[in-house]
Design a protein around this ligand. Structure first.
Ligand code: SAM
Length: 344
């Protein structure tokens, strides 16, 4: 069974077969592939949630602009710098700046932040996850020193994408952004939620085929979890087994990718992140945001933000990772193809 050569209907069948169970052979294959390229390493990234202001109105997301109940915040330049300082002291060598699409952070403001992080911590990577921008803006971020960009494609099927987003957002533009980022030399992260409303196994197969075509350096996959103040409040959360199956299939199709065991996965099951790591995930992103703001970056109900999710809990994270026979790693953790480019 050569999964990497499968077409859409074959992938659809495979997903259907493994949606309610995790297949040992599949998981073992995924685990051995991550080992082949990244050994036992689980890379740690410090996540800084810079703003929960968002001009978009995605139907699934707790910080959508129509949600009037959100206590909105944005971190100041100084607050972001102090998160990085604390993160660096804790050992982190990647900072991920994530936020809603907040126009307060115009190009000049953002580039100043990126530039200062790179100046203070030249041995660190800066990852951005700030949504859809023009190619010119992405280029400014790159010129300022940003290394990576996370932008989940959310759904590779037009019909499904439209059911998750308002008409102002399009799959075409999402894809345009991803290809622009690739073209500019970013390490790019795409991805999707598992079990989002209206999703079918066929759509998931399309997601895998799109990932194969784009060939991103990182892939973020986590379960959909409803948020009580969104139009999707009454939909069920994404199933654990199917999420694990999709992580394993992604590892098999893109063996060199960096794949986080997401907070959402840890939220739906206490062993979720461990199961993700055993199915091929090799990144954890502990939260470095100031404690007072963490509860306000609520994309979905019951999002974990203290305990094992917090950067303060590295010891606990380390113990859990070691128990799986893996090792946490504080280096920059570039995608293996980018590590080689650097050495040349
Ligand atoms: N604004 C940026 C963007 O659009 O990429 C980054 C922030 S956005 C909130 C980060 C990711 O959170 C999204 O790509 C989406 O997949 C995920 N997310 C949002 N709502 C979610 C939910 N209810 N359950 C699980 N994941 C969710």
């Amino acid at each position: 069974m050569d999964i990497s050569a499968m077409n859409k209907s074959e992938l659809t069948e495979l997903i259907k077969l493994n949606k309610d169970k995790t297949d040992k052979a599949l998981i073992d294959k995924a685990f051995s592939l991550r080992k082949k390229y990244y050994g036992d390493k689980v890379y740690l990234r410090g996540l800084i949630e810079v703003s929960n202001f968002c001009k978009n109105d995605c139907f699934y997301c707790g910080i959508r602009c129509a949600n009037q109940k959100v206590n909105r915040y944005r971190l100041s330049h100084e607050e972001i710098m102090s998160c990085c300082k604390r993160g660096y002291e804790l050992g982190f060598h990647t900072f991920v700046l994530q936020g809603g699409e907040d126009d307060f952070f115009d190009d000049e403001t953002m580039c100043k932040i990126i530039g200062e992080i790179k100046e203070n911590y030249p041995d660190c990577a800066v990852t951005l996850s700030l949504g859809e921008k023009t190619k010119e803006t992405y280029k400014k971020y790159k010129d300022a020193g940003a290394d990576r960009y996370l932008l989940r494609h959310e759904s590779a099927t037009e019909e499904h994408y439209k059911k998750l987003h308002p008409v102002s957002l399009s799959l075409k533009n999402r894809k345009r952004c991803l290809y622009d980022l690739k073209d500019l030399g970013f390490q790019v992260g795409a991805g999707f939620m598992v079990g989002s409303p209206f999703q079918t196994e066929e759509y998931l197969a399309e997601d895998l085929l799109f990932l194969k075509e784009l060939s991103p350096e990182m892939v973020g996959i986590g379960p959909f979890i409803p948020h009580c103040d969104t139009p999707f409040r009454d939909y069920a959360q994404g199933p654990l087994e199917l999420t694990i199956t999709m992580l394993a299939l992604t590892r098999i199709l893109l063996p060199k990718s960096l794949i986080p065991a997401t907070t959402a996965l840890g939220t739906i099951s206490k062993d979720g992140r461990e199961m993700g790591l055993l199915a091929g995930a090799n990144v954890i992103m502990p939260n470095l945001s100031p404690l007072d703001f963490r509860k306000d970056y609520a994309l979905y109900n019951d999002k974990a933000y203290t305990g094992d999710e917090a950067a303060e809990s590295i010891k606990k994270i380390e113990e859990k990772v070691s128990a799986l026979g893996l090792k946490i790693d504080f280096s920059r953790g570039d995608n293996i193809d980018f590590q080689k480019e650097k050495q040349q």
